[in-house]
Design a protein around this ligand. Sequence first.
Ligand SMILES: Cc1ncc(COP(=O)(O)O)c(C=O)c1O
Length: 392
Amino acid sequence: MPDATHSFDALMDITARPKTVFVRGEGSWLWDDTGKRYLDFIQGWAVNCLGHSPAVLADALAAQAKLLITPSPAYYNDASLKLAHALVKQSCFDQVFFANSGAEANEGAIKLARKYGALHIITFEGGFHGRTLATMSASGKKAFEPLFEPKVPGFRKARLNDLASVEVLINKNTVAVMLEPIQGEAGVWPASDQFLRDLRALTEAHGLLLIFDEIQTGMGRTGKLFHYEHAEIVPDVMTLGKGIGGGVPLAALLATEKAACFEHGDQGGTFNGNPLMCAAGLAVLGEVGKPEFLKSTVDAGLFLESELQKLSARHGLGEVRGRGLLLALDLKLPIGAAIVAQAFEAGLLLNSPQPDALRFMPALNVTREEISAMIDGLDAILIKAGAARQVA
Ligand SMILES: Cc1ncc(COP(=O)(O)O)c(C=O)c1O
């Protein structure tokens, strides 16, 4: 039975949510307070890379909580030093600043770029970088345009996969180009590897920083530990969030030696690099960074992609796009919200970032059986939706 003591009134009403209360999670599954089970292909918006409440993460948090939760960011702590070292060792970057959310990591990247040189950063139409004032201004999300004026100045928008649209915006005030290698919120639109290579060459030629927002694509989501590895380039700055904590609020700003230009007083925060979150990050990186883990993510991604393609062909839908376990299915019609609502009733958690697309971001250790169960559930919903269209 639902818990009658739950009242929804005390929380600010910032988004439409089903009046369901989740109380437990395990791997790809969630349970609500009535005992109903849901197959989760959202996973906290690509956050729980090891699924819900994995033992390795729960154990690391419990052990660290008993040892030391926070000594103050004015002092070093063991877990943050170890995690920074591990991230540097496994990436092309030299230094790390830990943050508590993706938006905060991106704010840090924007500040770093401004400190490095000038005011203007080129970002992209359709891009999403967070919900603080500067990251909303950096985003190219149409719905943000009328909100919270005046915007933070200094962001000019180019078009993804269109190098000339970037080139034309470069002037003496430009310091950086910042992008998501796959635009997630916009509906999973990938930058091509060639575009990323061309962008690297262009930014190098003009002495500009190249900033990768890998908050959604990083930590194995696209089959490599970091997405920039696919294009075989070295960005100057990268931000991580979501998957790096496996479900707890941890994010990171990474920079090469050249770009890591903060001086004392430029950046900081009460909870930044606290050992509890960094212990979680170490546990996650210990799993996701294993070559065999990444290989199984690639295999799962290819299986999900081919099953979605078959489903699309059966129902006359559009393309499947994305990489690894960040995929979208083009529905060709604005039926995303209706499908998500029916899936929820059927115990399947799906996301529709745009009216005509579904986005799939399961746990990176999702099984073939779970993928097949999701496809069967979606198939049944699409059959019903197709029948309704024929009757109408
Ligand atoms: C690419 C990208 N950047 C930044 C963010 C913001 O992260 P957070 O919600 O943790 O602030 C998100 C969140 O969806 C994202 O997908």
